[in-house]
Design a protein around this ligand. Structure first.
Ligand code: IMP
Ligand code: MG
Length: 175
């Protein structure tokens, strides 16, 4: 089936908002260093743009997770496909995600990372779909709250496509 993309958040709007979040983080972490943890692959575009807008010292690390299928899916248990290279011990950590949907992934991930002894741990997401929340997750920095629609671009994919779009769009199917 053919699909097309309807623009939801144009490039300028996304860039302006990322700049604002970068400024907020720079203020909140004045005099400290932030350690950004990117959740691959979706969070990568957002993290790079965000890191460029942060004026305090920044270090970066990456991890990749996948949900277990079948019965365990509803439990929200996620499998680490690629773990972080560095320890989080005593670091001021901000997890950078593309989107919080049901909240299952982040709920699990944040608990797991908290056990690694960071000095502080916060969550920053480009997008949030609050209507879809099943599990409670505390989000510290949000780019945009969006309606319950499937979105792509800025790291988000549909069947591994469209991650490279410089804006956020909704996938619509032609009939
Ligand atoms: P959660 O555990 O349900 O919050 O799932 C979050 C993950 O599902 C995100 O990190 C995305 O990879 C994926 N996801 C959720 N909503 C969308 C969407 O609208 N477009 C693309 N991926 C999505
Ligand atoms: Mg993701």
């Amino acid at each position: 089936m053919a699909e097309h993309i309807r623009v939801l958040l144009p490039e300028e709007k996304v860039d302006t908002r990322i700049k604002e979040i970068g400024e907020a983080i720079s203020r909140d972490y004045a005099g400290r260093q932030v350690h950004l943890v990117c959740v691959l692959k979706g969070g990568s575009f957002f993290m790079c743009e965000l890191a460029k807008r942060i004026t305090v010292p920044v270090s970066l690390d990456f991890m990749s997770v996948s949900s277990y299928g079948g019965d365990t899916k509803s439990s929200g248990v996620v499998k680490i496909v690629k773990d972080l290279d560095e320890s989080l011990k005593d670091k001021d950590v901000i997890v950078v995600e593309d989107i919080v949907d049901s909240g299952r992934t982040l709920n699990y991930l944040m608990e797991m990372l908290r056990d690694r002894g960071p000095r502080s741990l916060r969550l920053c997401t480009l997008l949030d779909k609050p209507e879809r929340r099943v599990v409670d997750v505390h989000v510290d920095y949000t780019g945009f709250c969006i309606p319950d629609e499937f979105v792509v671009g800025y790291g988000l994919d549909y069947d591994q496509k469209y991650r490279n779009l410089p804006y956020i769009g909704v996938v619509e199917f032609d009939d």
